[in-house]
Structures are given as C-alpha cells and as structure tokens.
Design a protein. Structure first.
Length: 282
C-alpha cells in the first residue's frame, strides 16, 4: 500500500558537541575590555601595611587599643638549692636565704638540719626598676638557741640575657669565711616578666558576651545604678585568698602570694595557673 511513497529527509549540518563546548567556553571566558577597565577602577591599588590580615598578640593588641595604663616588670627568681663546703658548728646547720633586689626583700623557709646541702625550691617575684642591676643573696644559719649567723653571700649582676626575654638557669659561686667564691655554689633560675596594668575605663567599656536564652528579671528590688565616669577599683586582697593558695602551694611565702594576687587583681585562678606554670618550668 506504500508503493510509490517517497520519504524526503531534510539534510542539516551536524555540529559536534566538542566544538559547541569549545565555542561556548571561549565566549564566556573572554571578557570585554570595558568590563576589565570598570573592575580595575573599582579596585584599590595601594601598598598594604605589614600587619594586614594579621592577628596581633594579646599584649600588643592591648597596647594598640590604648588599654594599657602602665607596665610593671618583675624578676621571677627560683631558689633551688645550695652546695656548701663546710658545716659550721657542732650540729647540722639550718640554712635559709635572704634575697634583696633594690628595695624589695624576700626570705625563704628554713631547710632544717640540711647542713651543707640545703634545698628550698621556692619561687619569688621581685619588682624590678630600671636602675636596679644587682641581686644580693645571703645564706643564713637559723640558730635554735643563739642568734642567726651568716654562712655565705653573693652579689650577682643581672644577666643581659634575661633583659632580652630569656630564662637563665645557672649555679653561682658563694663567698664566705673560706674566701671569695670559695664557700660553695647556689642554683638559681631567673627571668623577667612584664605585667600590664589596664586602664579601668577600658575594663568597664569592654564588650561582654551575653548568653542566649530567655531574659530573667533581677531578683533584687533595688535597681543597680552605676555612676557615670566611676572607675572600677581592684578587689582588696584578703587573708582567705592567701590561705586558699597557700593550701595548694605550701612552700610559697605569703608575701609572694600577695604580690601575685595584686598583679592579677585578686584572681585566684590566674595566680594558681601562674604558679603551676612556673613550677612545671623549673
């Protein structure tokens, strides 16, 4: 029944898919000169500062913000042990150390009956002034009946390395009745730490994170009123604060704990972390 039917086919040019993809990519990847010029005008072409996209350290960031009121430097001194050449007296000596740096003074606990090999392992922090360069150490013998007597002494110039931020751990020679630098040696470790005192207005105006959740009305009927321009005062150091840290670090003197509490504004956790870090390093 289909005899004599002729099927006509329309012939169209065949374009390969590869050629179509190539033409499309070339068209899309070739921007016009006008668009490049417009984008170039919108860019800021200038030399970037050295601190561009860099996070400053905490201390430098505080200085840059103008939050530092003053800087105080302290000498962190670790009094480890001593090796003496002679025991003076019929019984074993009870040595302890007297340390002086400028106007600051510190005394270690007594190493009872330790004779020529006393061990203290105590840490003290002494305020350091710009005109202070000598550290004086005197070893004393605590007399149970008679008065205390001097065993040995040393005057140590502060090493240049600690002024450059390094920690110095050395044995120093002691002078005494045996002669200069002939009484024995003492093992000390020292370094300088800078404490930043922040401006109270910076602490008041600092942004504090507010936890998410429903708002809870204050329980007190008296509204909290803060006078404008009133500065935040440091919390006073109490005997309870000192005793709490003394229970954890019984070898640390009370005046050293008080100095650390004052430098950390009475924060027990920061003082405890500082003492743990110094103990681990020594």
């Amino acid at each position: 029944m289909f005899a004599g039917y002729t099927r006509h086919r329309t012939t169209q040019p065949i374009i390969s898919l590869a050629k179509m993809a190539t033409d499309f990519s070339v068209t899309e990847a070739t921007p016009s000169a006008t668009s490049l010029a417009e984008k170039r005008q919108q860019c800021l072409l200038c030399p970037l500062p050295n601190d561009f996209l860099r996070v400053l350290p905490y201390n430098e960031d505080l200085r840059a913000r103008g939050a530092v009121q003053k800087e105080e430097r302290y000498l962190e001194l670790v009094i480890n042990e001593a090796r003496l050449v002679k025991n003076y007296g019929l019984t074993a000596m009870n040595p302890y150390c007297r340390v002086r740096l400028g106007d600051a003074r510190y005394e270690t606990q007594t190493a009872m009956s330790s004779s020529k090999h006393p061990v203290w392992n105590e840490v003290c922090r002494l305020p350091l002034r710009s005109d202070t360069h000598l550290l004086s150490i005197v070893l004393m013998n605590e007399g149970l009946v008679l008065s205390d007597s001097k065993i040995a002494w040393a005057t140590i110039p502060l090493p240049q390395a600690i002024l450059e931020g390094e920690c110095v751990d050395m044995w120093y020679e002691l002078s005494g009745k045996q002669g200069e630098d002939l009484e024995g040696t003492i093992h000390l470790a020292m370094r300088i730490r800078t404490v930043l005192r922040l401006d109270p207005s910076y602490r008041v105006n600092a942004v504090r994170a507010v936890p998410c959740g429903p708002l809870v009305p204050p329980t007190s009927d008296v509204p909290s009123v803060t006078a404008q321009g009133q500065q935040q005062t440091a919390r006073p150091i109490t005997a309870e604060d000192i005793q709490a840290i003394k229970e954890v670090f019984p070898s640390i003197q009370d005046d050293t704990i008080q100095t650390l509490l004052e430098s950390h504004d009475g924060n027990r956790d920061e003082v405890t972390s500082e003492l743990l870090r110094m103990t681990n390093e020594t």
